[in-house]
Design a protein around this ligand. Sequence first.
Ligand code: NCD
Ligand code: ZN
Ligand code: ZN
Length: 422
Amino acid sequence: MSLVIKGASLLGETSADLYVDDAGVLVDSAPAGAATIDAEGLVALPGLVDLHTHLREPGREDAETILTGSQAAALGGYTAVLAMANTSPVTDTAEAATRVWELGREAGLVHVQPVGAVTRGLGGEELAELGLMNRSRAGVTVFSDDGRCVHDARVMRRALEYVKAFGGVVSQHSQDPALAGPAACCHEGELSGRLGLPGWPGIAEEVIVARDVMLARHTGSRVHVAHVSTAGSVEVVRWAKAQGISVTAEVTPHHLLLTTDLLTGYDPTFKVNPPLRPQEDVEALRAALADGTIDAVATDHAPHARHDKEHAFVDAAFGMLGLETALGVVRTAVPDLSWADVARVMSVTPARIAGLADQGQALAPGSPAHVVLVDPDATVTVDREASASLSRNNPWHGRELGARVVHTVYGGRVTVRDGVLA
Ligand SMILES: NC(=O)N[C@@H](CC(=O)O)C(=O)O
Ligand SMILES: [Zn+2]
Ligand SMILES: [Zn+2]
């Protein structure tokens, strides 16, 4: 169905009408018989693109499915998500990747792009079917063992060499398993000692980031640093970019706003990997996002069923929800980012990193109509029960966040209207 989106402010700047034809493409005049969306006072951005989502299907459909995760994504203003490979079974074959891609198409609410595992079964030893996944219908270009670090430098080197042939990228969960021991569950510092929780030191992230940028330089390949959490990692990425090394980095909304002090109540909702860090790290991450050292915001949406999360802190699963709140958290954490910057870090650059040619495009005739319309002045008080996700591990429950996603349009289809699924 064709659409006229009336009076939106494009990237928070000039006001204009957007016209969508019945093929779901932006055109330069109103198609006959088009339905109208009144977007007066709303900001229009290209649909958001999430480089890092856990959808839990196949295997843990009690925590999230491709459909419910797609719904949460649409409500958050997303039109594409990259679905991490740590499902059960793992996305480590062309067949598995194609299945995720197909289920995403059936849900039809966002583009679901599978991430392929780097190693078979996330085992860290034998490379997965990287080439076959790339040549499958899913066209996988991003590979990650996320949840685990590709810690063997030789395996990482071979993966980088392999994906270089087809312009792929390895997204690394940077965590040296020797420096952050198996029980590590909270930022290592004065507070972890006081709480009696095993620490996960920032250096365990930084040594892997440093190693990987050198491997990227050596192989001439491309590495992406998932969920950067420390000032030290930011320094390494800044240095590597200055050398011309092909490295990109993402930060999560929660690492931009929450700190390790929240752990004093031992609430497992705040247990996440990498852990929440001190305020100095949060400040460094905000500055790095603003100056372009960090390329993108990625949610690391990590739904978990109650019986995996409601445990003593040390035993609870790592991870928190993020898709529905990401934009509001970014507005709240870094209010000085312009809307054009928000579009850059949440849509344009993530689409480019993932090689999604159809996403993150300018809101101009000829582009596919992937659009999010945001009320820039509204605030939202988060209610964890009012969520499309099947899980409730929402660290933002009860918080007031800036901006509100009002409408989302995916390929000309209205997926969210007035803040609810259409
Ligand atoms: N971030 C998390 O705390 N958890 C993720 C894994 C990961 O991103 O490392 C998950 O799959 O639950
Ligand atoms: Zn991870
Ligand atoms: Zn993750």
